[in-house]
Design a binder for this molecule. Structure first.
Ligand code: SF4
Length: 327
């Protein structure tokens, strides 16, 4: 459930990656992965962050955990800029913010029993003695529906869905408050996806967790998000509640993403919006509105003037010059 208390505030976040070139290597260009992104995550909610691959959503998630250094902007956790923290305050923050990756297998050491991988963070942070750490690992396993005996098994002995549960247990064992879920179900079969999403929802309810759920597909975030932010080429183009986004999307890009989701009832049909071309390169994003080369309703103004993210209805922000047309 969404509460009004902000847990994390992202303000004007910018992340550029330099591209080296020349005989004497120097920066010849910059990949503008994230360019002036601002949003708030409220305590206890799930904010879905959605966009096509390369739109910068994973970079936003990683920067919020201080896994990347931003080129500009701030991330505030309960009011404190996380990039100013040092020593014990930074260590405490690292415990409170965790991440679950799309491919948990890649982040598990194949030579270690999974109990040891799950307990690694506890050991690094010097939390408890060996016995206490083991008990916390068992508790985390049981929270994701796995058994005590699984702790001694190796990653290759688990199915894809079980490995993702292990990835979640690894984050949970630290007793975090905020978790970035980076495409946590994208590699799983649809039936297993539902199982993992249900576990995540139960954990949130029971442990009061706050999630940023990163996904490339609106269908996945529909069942878990309280609010959704849509990104396109390094910018947020729309943010609102899940209900408003699915009922009345105001940005042409969101409308196109939504039109691609099959309706559960085959007698109902959405008009499919087919976008022209591919996502342009973040090395050289289009001027004005970055979406204008693909936008079905673009006008001349769109190629010269960048639209600001503005609130059109309470809690519903859109970056489009002509979004009023869809109100
Ligand atoms: Fe389309 Fe123009 Fe709106 Fe951008 S500002 S989404 S190009 S109508």
């Amino acid at each position: 459930m969404m509460t009004a208390k902000p847990l994390i505030e992202v303000q004007d976040l910018v992340k550029y990656y330099p591209v080296q070139g020349g005989i004497i290597p120097h920066t010849v260009a910059e990949v503008q992965a994230v360019d002036g992104v601002s949003f708030t995550v409220y305590e206890g909610e799930t904010l879905g962050l959605v966009g096509e691959s390369g739109c910068g959503k994973t970079t936003v998630g990683r920067t919020m955990l201080r896994l990347e250094t931003p080129t500009g902007g701030e991330v505030r956790f309960e009011g404190a800029n996380i990039f100013d923290l040092k020593g014990p305050a930074l260590k405490a923050l690292r415990r409170e913010m965790q991440i679950v990756f799309q491919d948990p297998f890649a982040s598990l050491d194949p030579r270690l029993p999974i109990g040891e991988s799950i307990g690694e963070g506890l050991a690094i942070h010097g939390m408890g003695n060996g016995r206490e750490r083991y008990e916390r690992v068992i508790e985390a396993l049981s929270r994701v529906g796995l058994e005590r005996y699984h702790a001694t098994r190796y990653p290759h002995e688990f199915s894809g869905g079980q490995r993702q549960r292990i990835g979640i247990a690894r984050a949970l064992v630290m007793n975090p408050r905020f978790i970035v879920l980076d495409e946590p179900v994208s590699a799983l079969d649809v039936s297993i996806q539902a199982e993992v999403l249900n576990i995540l929802k139960d954990l949130q309810r029971n442990m009061g967790l706050t999630y940023l759920f990163v996904a490339h597909n609106l269908a996945v975030v529909e069942h878990i998000s309280d609010r959704v932010a849509v990104m396109y080429l390094g910018k947020i183009v729309e943010v609102t509640t899940r209900a408003a986004l699915f009922r009345k999307p105001l940005h042409p890009y969101t409308q196109a993403l939504l039109s691609a989701i099959p309706m559960p009832d085959p007698t109902l049909k959405r008009d499919r919006v087919i976008l022209k071309g591919d996502v342009p390169s973040p090395l050289n994003p289009p001027k004005g509105c970055r979406f204008h080369p693909r936008c079905p309703i673009a006008e001349e103004r769109c190629s010269v003037e960048e639209p600001a993210l503005r609130e059109l209805e309470s809690g519903h922000q859109v970056a489009c010059h002509f979004a009023e047309r869809f109100l």
